[in-house]
Design a protein around this ligand. Sequence first.
Ligand SMILES: *Cc1c(COP(=O)(O)O)cnc(C)c1O
Length: 390
Amino acid sequence: MSHVMNTYARLPVAFSHGQGCRITDVDGRDYLDALSGIAVSTLGHAHPRLVSAIAAQAGRLLHTSNLYQIREQEELADRLAELSGMQEIFFCNSGCEANEAAIKLARYYGHRKGIDSPTIIVMEKAFHGRTMATLSATGNRKAQAGFEPLVAGFVRVPYDDLEAVKAIGRHNKNIVAVMLEIIQGEGGINLASPQFQQGLRQLCDDQGWLLICDEVQCGMARTGRWFGYQHAGILPDIATLAKGLGSGVPIGACMAGGRAAGLFEPGKHGSTFGGNPLACVAALTTIATIEQDGLMAQAESVGALIRRLFAEALAGVRGVREIRGCGLMIGIELDRPCGELVGKALAAGLLINVTADRVIRLLPPLILNENEARELVDRSVPLIRDFLAS
Ligand SMILES: *Cc1c(COP(=O)(O)O)cnc(C)c1O
């Protein structure tokens, strides 16, 4: 019996190494990776620039402490501030930690305004993490069941419904922030309309609320912009990052600007590992490689190609509800639960995912090229057609 705690229904495969968008299992079988370990492996596997940067840093220093200055962390904060329009950044190790920092920041902001029970508006189908506060912010009853009492201070509205947010603001005087994913990942690749985003920005300004964008999955150039909110031309007060930031080295970030900047002082928040030299070098190298190799524009064009090829190949196929997404964050919604497609794809040498029961989710590395994109579509379409015909 395994001594690993039973928190994941794991597929019967273990990998030994990878190269680019290919990954090889312990028996020597190759797979095309269209998932990137859930939007993590931005630069694919064993990217030479990342490998040498990590190796060089490991030979100098892995860890010091946030009790000292960390040059690599300062440099990364500068780069992220420049790319995001935010002013200051707290570093941690994961998405839920980045969101915990965001939630604490919003509550602290409320207390400073004299609101004793600060409340954050969150969305249906949202996913913000598995810690108690982020689980409470998550809009999935199945994930929450058995872990009550949940953390108080969240109210939920339907996604992409500005009127619902406004209605809460009219009677609830404890609201301090609105928190959302610009594109919901776990919830099924759901896109917020530009009007919703711009309306939220305006509403938050009018009400003195903070706008918090959870960019953990849709950030870091995956959608063809550095951050999802940049498509609609808005600037949140807080944005959180993790997943693709370090291309596989764990690192998270909570970025604050506008009214959310300058709130914390020493002693209010912290992390032992957060922003260590190794993780920061991985993130700096990820950013530099995205820039130097034009991976953001590539994510946009290759993503559009994948959606177009799927739309052509699946046109008129009964059971295909919608093909949607942005850049290399792609969902194919079917009319029925399709979790079994993950195992079928695996057997066919393809790593994909299914989320929200009936949405095939593709999150390939940003280095995916056009030939690999065509291969991905050519190999997935027969699986989807067979599944829907059975
Ligand atoms: C994955 C994810 C998280 C949680 O990240 P962890 O690193 O697993 O804690 C939070 N928000 C979004 C949008 C995510 O996709």
